[in-house]
Each structure stands twice: as C-alpha cells, then as structure tokens.
Design a binder for this molecule. Structure first.
Ligand code: F6R
Length: 609
C-alpha cells in the first residue's frame, strides 16, 4: 500500500531508487515518482501508471546525484493523476517528500495553510505535510520544523523528506506505516519493506511508531517525536535476493504457488516431533504456561489470512478442544469485543503490517488478552507488537494474491493445534497421526503441482464465464471462499464462496448453464452430503468442476470436470484443495491476458484502514 524508497550515500541514487520502486511495485501501481538531488537542486519526475511509465519518462534525462527519494502510489485521496503522484512539495519547491499512509486531519490543516497564503497543487492529504514544514521552517531549522509538523498531523505515515536548502540529508519518520532503514557499507537505503533492501545489505533497523531519523551519507540519528535520542538495534535479514526474484517464472504468483511445498517444509522444519506427537514452537515457549490455561482463542485477520483463521477454527475446536472465534480485524476493532485474561487473540498476517489487524491486536492488548502472531515478515510491526508468536518462514511473497503464505499459515495453525491439543486432552496417537500426516503434505503438494497443465486446460475451458459459485463444507468451506477470492482478485470474475449446505437457502437461484460451480468434494466426513449438493446443482443444469480425492471414480460420472488431489487427514485437506483453486484462478487470468501480479485496484500489504 504505497511504497517508499530513499537512498543517501556514495553511489548514484537513481538506479537504486528505480530498482527499489520495481521491487515495491506490488504495494501500489497507480503512479510513481522520484526526487533526486542533481546538480545542486532537487529534480523531480512523476508519471501516472506503473513504474515502467516513470522509467520511460526519465529515460535519457541527465539525473545524477547520491541522494533521492521515490514512491509508488496506491491512491487514497485524489485520483491517480500526475499532479497527485508523489513526491509532493511546498510552495517554494524546496521541500520534497514521499508518504505512505493517511493524514486524517489534512482538511483543517489545509484550510489554515491556505489562509496563510499556501497554494496547493494536488488533491492529496500528503501535500499539507510539505507546506506545514515550509511554514515552520520560516522560524526554526528543518529538523525542528519536521518535529513540529509531526506534532500537528494525525493519522498514519511513513515519510521521507528532502530539502533543497538542507542538502546532504534525508529525514524519515514513522507512525503506523512501516519504514525500514538498511545500513549499507557506504550509505543508507530506506524502504517500506525489505524487498528493495536485501539487494544491498542484510543489516536493517526497524523504525517504530513515533520515531524519526536524520540520515547523512555517513550517519543516522534516531529520535522519538519528543526529541529524545533512541538507541536501536541493527537486525539481520535472513531473506536472500534470489528469493525475492522471479527466477524465470512468468509471474511471482506462479512462482509462489509452485514454492508451496518448500514453504510448508520451512514452516514445519524443526517444529514437528512426530514420534512424540508434539509441536515445538520456540516462539511460544515463554507463554506456554499461559496457553495451557487458555479458555478461548479469537483470531483476527483480513482477506486470505482471515480464511486461514477459519480453517484454524475447525482444527482448534475439533482437535485442541478450545473455543475459537474468527473475526474480520476491521470489524473487531470497532465493536466492543469481550475479552479476558483467559483469551488469546491471534493475529494472522503475511505482511505483519495490515493496519486493521494491527489495530485489533492493540485493542486486544488494551483489554488484557494475551496476543499472539502468526506472521511471515520477520521484524514486522505485528510480529514486534504481539506478546509471542510463530513465524511462517515462507520466504518473501511478492505476488499481490496470497498463495504460499496461506498454506504456510495453515501449516502453522496445524502446529498450533498440536501444541495446544497436547497441552490438553489430545492423545499421543492423535498427536502422532497429525504430525506424520503434516510432514507428508509437501510431498503431496508436489503431486498436485505436477498436474498444473491439466488444471490449465480446465481453466482455459471455463475462462469465458463471468460468474462462479465456489462451494465447500466443513474444512473446505473456507477454501471455497479463498478460491472465490483468488478468481475475483486476479481474473476480475464474479465468484461467490459459500458453505455447500447454504446453497439451497438462496444462491441456488443463481444456477443455470452459464453459472458454473466449483465444488470441493473430497472424500471426508461430509462427502455424502457434498454429493447431494452436487446433484442439486446438476438438476438445475449447472456445470460442475469438482476437486475430489484421488481414486474417487464415482464423482466423474456426476460432474463435468474433476481435479484430483491426494488423500490426507481431513483437517489437512485445505492445504491441498486450495492449490487447484489457486492454479485455476491463475490460468484464467493468464488466458484473459491480465496482469496477474498487479491486479487492478489492489495492493499488497494494506497499511491504511
Ligand atoms: C488476498 C490477499 C489479501 C490479504 C489481506 C491480509 O490474496 O492477499 O486478502 O490476505 O490483505 O494481508 P496480511 O496477511 O498481510 O495481513
């Protein structure tokens, strides 16, 4: 959700900024822009559309200097036009800044600034920050002007600021939007996340909310907004550059779908003790006594991570015997949730930066609940703010549509079920069974992926339909919703994800020969009921594609197309059944010629509310 990059050091800034923007483009691609100190002044270029448009515009221009900031935008306030693209500047065109987040009180501030004579050139909330700094800078030096400005603005922001009158420095500040400072041998790179940083350094400082840093090519000074010096630790990133690149795949999404066996292997490595039927979760060691006495779990998450939470509910209630509620984080924070010290609130988040999930966790903390995180991005805000947690170790997920993060979340939820179940009444036999079956999952995933071409052919056959119903029962009900979300997101096809049993209470009215159904009909405890549902669809001339368990020949007679997946424990079926749905959505989008990794209107990591 908007990406910021900045560089200050001894190298040419422009190539670093452009490379960084490309790596951050999944955060927003409505427009992009750069400001570089070149020939004694700040040169700014902006363009509507993807970073490639900016690149075309800059091509051949002489922009040379060692300090710069850049931005790729996901529009909130103001349409995606060039004048609304970042960097924004003050009246005198001295102060240039890029911003990720939302300035909530911008209207009042804009009115006051206009009365004081400031002229605005965009419709954005961001621009007021540049004018406010300009106003304060009339009386005090830049750094103090920034402090005063920050005291006046409310909302969320990651900011990077340069000032033509103060060459040789970049000021950055964070409140509610992520900002990471990469410490290089010969300078600093700043970015909204580590994707652009890993190419230059593995040493980073994670800025916390309420912190500001003044950077020169040789030093960084971090203070809080009360002007007090803050000592920060330098952390080491464990993601490699190769992991953050496409490695010859046409899209990140396909690469990430294909990486799922390794992602799950990495999620469970060293954590499963199959002979004892237990999960060792180092991140929960310090809270193990608390988790033993928990009476309730509330999962808070959004989108795909929310659907992972729903699968987790089935797992945790059936096998660990703990009441589990799953809430959309965006709703949880606005109601009055009933929580107590016997409740753990578990945030599931790939990015660890989703604003709604973060706000839910903060609310849970205020109410005295234990907060836990299932997070992929190490060092992210949710990971740092929760009391304890488990990292996914799925590696970077760049494709906007979440795939490998989802299955790795499911594997962590299975580990959590084992962990909590064995603290309670789960038997050794059941524990061993889950552990053994979970260890087999990567191998079974590989078998599905080998059939990707068959799924491609089915996707091509159905790619012209503009509506789909996705149905599943029990563990596969959240997978039906996840499958529908995938095809909506990247193929722009309308799809309804529903519990199979609910179909007859309404959605069945939609079914005709032009409204195909994706039915998840694996051989499990609800198989017979699912078959009845399929018959109901067929009786109304609906086409059916079934996801079925290998060896089920009966279903072939009933449906139009079948995609087989291997047999596993019912609770782990979602880790397999989702893969054909991801591939189906992917190949539908490809056959329509859509930009799979950058679907319209979306951005990865939603850091605004
Ligand atoms: C869908 C998707 C989103 C995210 C959601 C939460 O493919 O990627 O629905 O799952 O925005 O993001 P995280 O997990 O980063 O909190």
């Amino acid at each position: 959700m908007c990406g910021i990059v900045g560089y200050i050091g001894k190298r040419e800034a422009l190539p670093i900024l452009m490379d960084g923007l490309k790596r951050l483009e999944y955060r927003g691609y409505d427009s992009a822009g750069i400001s570089v100190f070149s020939g004694g002044k700040v040169v700014t270029e902006r363009a509507v559309g993807k970073v490639a448009e900016l690149e075309n515009k800059i091509n051949g221009k002489k922009i040379s200097g060692c300090i710069g900031i850049a931005h790729t935008r996901w529009a909130t306030h103001g349409k995606p036009t060039e004048k609304n693209a970042h960097p924004h500047c003050d009246c005198q065109k001295n102060i240039f800044l890029v911003h990720n987040g939302i300035i909530e009180n911008y209207k009042e501030l804009k009115e006051d600034l206009e009365k004081a004579g400031h002229k605005f050139s965009s419709e954005t909330d961001t621009e007021i920050v540049a004018h406010l700094i300009e106003e304060y800078e009339k009386q005090v030096p830049l750094k103090e002007a920034v402090w005063r400005t920050l005291a006046h603005i409310s909302g969320t922001y990651g900011l990077a600021i340069v000032d033509q009158k103060n060459p040789g420095k970049i000021i950055i500040a964070r409140n509610g939007s992520p900002l990471v400072l990469g410490v290089m041998e010969d300078g600093y790179i700043i970015a909204s996340d580590i994707a652009p940083i890993v190419c230059y350094t593995d040493r980073v400082i994670y800025l916390d909310d309420g912190e500001m840093a003044e950077l020169t090519d040789e030093s960084h000074k971090i203070t809080n907004f009360k002007r007090k010096k803050v000592e920060k630790e330098i952390s080491k990133i464990d993601w490699s550059v190769e992991e953050a690149e496409k490695k010859g795949y046409p899209h990140f999404m396909l690469k990430e779908i294909t990486e799922q066996p390794e992602a799950v292997e990495n999620s469970i490595r060293g954590r499963l003790v199959a002979p004892e039927g237990i999960a060792k979760l180092g991140g929960l060691r310090d809270v193990a006594e608390k988790t033993r006495h928990l009476k309730r779990i509330v999962v808070v998450s959004c989108g795909t991570s929310y659907y992972a939470g729903l699968v987790g509910k089935y797992m945790l209630e059936e096998y660990a015997g703990i009441r589990t509620d799953v809430e959309h984080a965006s709703e949880f924070r606005y109601r009055k949730p009933l929580l107590d010290e016997n409740t753990a609130v578990v945030a599931i988040s790939q990015s660890g930066e989703t604003a709604d999930t973060l706000a839910a966790i903060r609310e849970a903390k205020n109410k005295g609940a234990l907060t836990l995180g299932i997070v992929n991005v190490v060092g992210s805000t949710i990971a740092r703010e929760t009391d304890a947690g488990v990292y996914n170790h799925a590696g970077p997920e760049i494709g906007v549509a979440s795939t490998k993060a989802f299955t790795s979340q499911l594997s962590i939820l299975a580990l959590l079920t084992l962990f909590l179940g064995r603290q309670r009444e789960m038997s050794l036999v059941t524990g061993k069974r889950i552990a053994e079956e979970l260890a087999e999952i990567p191998h079974l995933m590989r078998r599905i992926l080998k059939k990707a071409n068959d799924i491609k052919m089915i996707a091509e056959k159905y790619s012209e339909y503009s509506n789909f119903l996705y149905l599943g029962r029990k563990y596969n009900y959240p997978i039906a919703m996840e499958g529908a979300l995938k095809i909506k997101e990247i193929s722009y096809v309308h799809a309804e994800g529903y519990p199979f049993g609910e179909m007859k209470h309404g959605p069945i009215a939609l079914i005709d020969k032009n409204f195909p159904t994706m039915a998840i009909a694996t051989s499990d405890s609800v198989y017979e009921k699912t078959l009845s549902g399929i018959q109901e669809v067929k009786a109304r001339s609906g086409k059916v594609i079934a996801i079925a368990t290998k060896g089920d020949r009966e279903i072939q007679k009933m449906v139009d197309d079948v995609i087989y997946i291997p047999k596993t424990l019912e609770m782990l079926t979602p880790l397999l059944s989702v893969i054909p749905l991801q591939l189906f959505a992917y190949y539908c989008a490809v056959s329509k010629g859509l930009d799979v990794d950058k679907p319209r209107n979306l951005a990865k990591s939603v850091t605004v509310e």
